[in-house]
Design a protein. Structure first.
Length: 1010
């Protein structure tokens, strides 16, 4: 008879089947009831067996688990009549009574609180039932042997020849094994070593030849039952310990069946097999079914075996007999010696002492931590965790926390699936725990260990770790503070929330605004389905313009409006709210959304930053957007572009334009370019015209300077040729940096000036390279401005004027010919090369003249003027290298000057700093060309022979062989002149000179780089 049980939710059912010659009988129903019985007969025993196996396979597939078997013979041994089926075993209660359930535990002596809710108690009760062991009837020895033989006999010769012989073990027992398993002979006396060899051989055979739906444990359990029935339980114990010797088979479940892997004689392998096949449970069931005399004999044998065996063998016996003293002794020896011990869920349930168990977990190696939940998944994890908490309550928390931390230490990629699943379960269990330093340390360790690693959302334990820290803010604060000092990004992001939760950081004013001081949209309560990341108590409190705090009800309503995406209502909130406090609130909300796994279905937590964010929000968000594609979060980065566009300030659009100009990830750059084109189209502008209008003025005065007021003293800000800001004191002396405020300064004024200086330096750093390159490309690509736009967006711009003053400008006729040159003076008037006033006509066309179109007289005169005024140029204009292309090279649509030249790959990549872009990836993920936009409809392209692998530079050749250069709309074609290429003769001389200059800068690859 075999009994199977199924438990899921409120469904708890059993199903039993007894096979007898040409018929079988099934009994089924709810666990605890007698159930219903039905019988079915067949023409032959073979047909009955076939249908029997089919039904068993269907039940196993549905999730039924075998809980007891004393298998009826598959082929009855010779006898006058078939033996009647054995009576079903008498159901017994679980071996161990559960402790009394309590609704909630009082705080532990350590301050740890375990909220033992009814749900927790129910989970623990379910696992106790799963641990219940039913005694196994012994059955007839001959029938049991026939069952073993039948399971093996599908292909005995192959199994023997490719099993133990291949493993080079038990060679001397092969003859005995063949006789015992291949023939019908019943050995009069079993030898322990032969029995162990047969068990291992059967294990291999079963794993290799198991049919879908068969239980791979059934023949093995039948073997042990045969040992006990034929030679007694003491013999069964000795024979099984022999299987922990030279070879074991470590199996793991997969959707397509079971695979076997040969392992050497290591204790890890032995323990893996023990956990997978659970022979300790079956042997204990046999012990429970034995008579008192047999139990006494088995225990006496176990004492002798423990005295002679090693720690692994002793701990296996401990798990069979569940002797608390034995288990406790094994744990202490494991801690003292480091030798591996077999500690399973039943051992944890019955361990001798909390002290020994906690010490064991604190020294648990990764391999053993993994073994506590077997290789066939994490379904055994609940048995370990819930029984541990059920037995020790808060006292068991440190052990679980140690286990959680150890899962992530010295891990490998092959263990990743188990680690992540295991962490999810442990965090779920520990969700009822607060104020545990061990749990907090484990959560912080996991966040540090995983860092920014790309993990699928459903497997990512980091949001659960964040929840764990926020649940115990007082305990977590010092841990997170230290992690922030160690420069871990997750800690820096989480720290402000913890500081507010622990009142160590001011969350805002204490005086609340009255309903009349709030915008009308916040005066009525509104509720919404709050996600896990909505934690307003940890966010900056929004304020009114008068500095009063929004009441909690108004914040909840604000959350509902943000979740709904009601932009009109949010606009009313911004009108009456303090902008900085609203932006800080939105940033905290975004950070909480991010640390909780950035759920895409709740992306309003991100978009809130667009609706309420400010310039500082844009500054902090942009580095994240730039990094996300490299963390497998491209779509989140694209959403970030929308957020920057929604913020819409000059700084936000400057950041967006910066991504257009330079970012590592081509896909993100293209999306940013599309976003800028969309904004430009809405405003009726070209992308270049929009860029002119997006340069922030950094709150500078009209003359391009700014006063930083400290009260009794003040400082003036200036900019050099690279747009790097500097400060001067009242005497005009340039200082290394802005001085720190002292006791004589006005604290409020000085503090505001210091913050303004920090923001100015940060924005100037972003702008400098962007704007210098933009002006240099305007010269290279011969861009022109109308006089009124030149004055409005360049001359009158308080920041750009610092670059404009250092360059020579020119006027051009409608044919593009240079008609005059001038510079912008300090007072924003215009002067010629003789330093006389230059009159700029209202309809003039203005541009930056290239060295190629300047006469020698112009260059000489302007070099003297700029030198006299000590004006260093932001890029080479007057002293620029120029290249003239001869008529012979202008024939056709391709330029072959660089074909065959070998250059360093890193220098090719460096072309991006000169306005070039990587081409699209082609076969094998390589980029075969670079291109440089000249105008909206014209790009220059250069072919590279080896290509650059986009996945990793490790697979990219250190050198590249250059190919042809051509010009045309869009990107080049791969390996040939593009089909829509334009003749070289039609390309302006300045453009050709600049393309050649860029490519000449690559030089030639040194010999050692090839």
């Amino acid at each position: 008879m075999a009994r199977y049980e199924f438990s899921e939710g409120s469904s708890n059912k059993f199903w039993e089947i007894v096979l007898s010659d040409t018929c079988f009988t099934t009994t089924f129903g709810r666990i605890g009831s007698s159930g219903q019985t039905s019988s079915k007969s067949f023409p032959t025993a073979a047909k009955a067996k076939l249908e029997h196996d089919k039904l068993v396979a269907e039940k196993v597939k549905k999730g039924y688990l075998l809980v007891g078997s004393a298998c009826a013979p598959a082929v009855a041994p010779p006898s006058p009549a078939p033996a009647p089926p054995p009576p079903p075993p008498t159901p017994i209660a679980p071996v161990f009574e559960p402790p009394a359930l309590v609704p909630a535990a009082a705080p532990h002596a350590s301050g740890v609180i375990l909220d033992w809710t009814p749900a927790c108690a129910a989970a623990a009760e379910k696992q106790r039932k799963a641990l219940a062991i039913t005694p196994q009837p012994k059955g007839d020895a001959a029938a049991l042997f026939a069952e073993v033989r039948q399971a093996f006999a599908r292909n005995p010769k192959w199994s023997i020849d490719h099993g133990l012989v291949r493993a080079s073990v038990y060679k001397e027992e092969l003859t005995s094994i063949r006789r015992m398993l291949v023939t019908d002979a019943m050995p009069a006396k079993l030898e322990p070593n032969v029995a162990a060899g047969a068990y291992l051989l059967l294990q291999v055979s079963t794993n290799y030849h198991r049919r879908p739906g068969d239980s791979f444990r059934l023949p093995l359990e039948t073997t042990m039952a045969f040992w006990a029935a034929h030679s007694g339980l003491p013999f069964a114990l000795e024979a099984f310990l022999g299987t922990l010797g030279p070879m074991v088979t470590d199996s793991a479940h997969h959707a397509d069946g079971v695979y076997a892997m040969w392992l050497t004689n290591t204790r890890k392998a032995a323990l893996g097999t023990m956990f997978l096949h659970r022979p300790d449970r079956f042997l204990r069931a046999l012990w429970l079914a034995a008579s008192p005399e047999e139990q006494a004999a088995a225990r006496e044998k176990a004492v002798a075996l423990r005295a002679a065996g090693d720690l692994t063998q002793r701990s296996v016996l401990s798990s069979i007999f569940l002797d608390p003293d034995w288990i406790d002794a094994d744990l202490r020896e494991r801690v003292a010696t480091g030798e591996q011990a077999y500690v399973n869920d039943m051992s944890l349930l019955n361990a001798g002492s909390l002290e020994a168990l906690t010490a064991y977990f604190s020294t648990l190696g990764f391999e053993e931590a993994v073994l506590l939940a077997p290789y066939d998944g994490v379904r055994y994890l609940p048995r370990v965790t819930w029984t541990l908490l059920d037995r020790f309550r808060e006292g068991g928390v440190p052990a679980l926390a140690h286990w959680l931390a150890r899962l992530f230490k010295d891990r490998t990629s092959s263990e990743r699936w188990f680690i992540l699943d295991g962490a999810h379960h442990l965090f779920d269990v520990l969700a009822s725990v607060t104020n545990s330093p061990d749990v907090v340390e484990a959560a912080a360790s996991i966040l540090t260990n995983l860092g920014d690693e790309a993990i699928a959302k459903k497997s990512d334990p980091r949001p659960l770790a964040i929840e764990t820290l926020l649940r115990s803010p007082g305990v977590a604060l010092p841990v997170v503070q230290q992690a922030a000092k160690d420069r871990h990004t997750w800690a820096k992001n989480l720290l402000p929330q913890l500081e507010r939760l622990t009142n160590t950081r001011a969350a805002g004013p204490t005086e609340e605004a009255s309903p009349g001081e709030l915008p009308e949209v916040l005066r009525t309560s509104a509720t919404f389905k709050t996600p896990a990341f909505w934690k307003p108590e940890a966010f900056t409190v929004p304020q009114t313009h008068s500095g009063k705090a929004f009441p909690r009800s108004a914040i909840e309503t604000l959350g509902a409006l943000l979740a709904k995406g009601d932009a009109d209502a949010i606009a009313h909130v911004k009108e009456s709210g303090n902008p900085a406090s609203l932006a800080a609130f939105a940033w905290d909300l975004f950070q909480s959304w991010l640390t909780h796994g950035a759920p895409a279905k709740e992306k309003w937590g991100f978009f809130a930053l667009g609706l309420l964010g400010d310039d500082e929000s844009a500054r902090k968000l942009t580095p994240l957007i730039r990094a996300w594609p490299g963390e497998s979060a491209h779509q989140r980065a694209v959403l970030g572009l929308d957020v920057l566009a929604t913020i819409g300030s000059d700084v936000a659009l400057m950041m967006l334009n910066g991504i257009v100009q330079k970012v590592k990830f081509k896909g993100l750059q293209e999306r940013a370019r599309d976003k800028m084109d969309e904004i430009a189209e809405k405003r009726g502008l070209t992308a270049e015209e929009l860029a002119d209008r997006l340069v922030p003025d950094l709150d500078l005065e009209d003359d391009g300077s700014k006063t930083l007021d400290f009260g009794p003293r003040s400082f003036r800000v200036g900019f050099d040729e690279t747009l790097s800001p500097f400060v001067m004191d009242a005497s005009g002396t340039r200082l290394k940096d802005l001085p720190k405020p002292n006791s004589k300064d006005d604290a409020a004024l000085a503090g505001a000036s210091v913050e303004a200086w920090k923001a100015m330096k940060k924005d100037a750093r972003t702008l400098s390279a962007l704007e210098i390159l933009r002006l240099e490309l305007a010269m290279s690509n011969e861009r022109r401005w109308a006089a009124k736009d030149f004055e409005a967006f360049l001359v009158r711009h308080p920041l750009l004027v610092h670059l404009v003053r250092r360059l020579v400008w020119g006027t051009f006729d409608t044919d593009g010919k240079l008609t005059g040159t001038f510079r912008v003076a300090e007072d924003q008037t215009f002067a010629d090369r003789e330093d006389e006033t230059f009159g700029l006509a209202a309809d003039a066309i203005v541009g930056l003249p290239h060295r190629l179109v300047l006469s020698e007289a112009d260059v000489s005169a302007w070099a003297k003027v700029l030198g006299d005024y000590d004006l260093a140029q932001p890029f080479q204009q007057l002293g620029r290298d120029v290249y003239v292309v001869g008529d012979a090279d202008k024939k056709g649509a391709e330029f072959q000057r660089f074909v065959g030249r070998e250059v360093e790959t890193k220098k090719v990549i460096g072309l991006q700093s000169r306005g070039w872009r990587r081409g699209s990836a082609h076969d094998n993920g390589t980029v075969p060309y670079f291109y440089k936009p000249i105008t909206r409809d014209l790009n220059a392209g250069i072919q590279i022979e080896n290509g650059i692998y986009v996945g990793s530079m490790d697979y990219t050749d250190p050198t590249q062989t250059l190919g042809i250069v051509d010009f045309g709309p869009g990107e080049p074609d791969w390996g040939r002149v593009r089909s829509n290429a334009v003749p070289i003769a039609t390309i302006p001389a300045v453009v050709l000179s600049e393309v050649i200059r860029d490519l000449e800068s690559l030089g030639a690859a040194p010999t050692d780089a090839k």
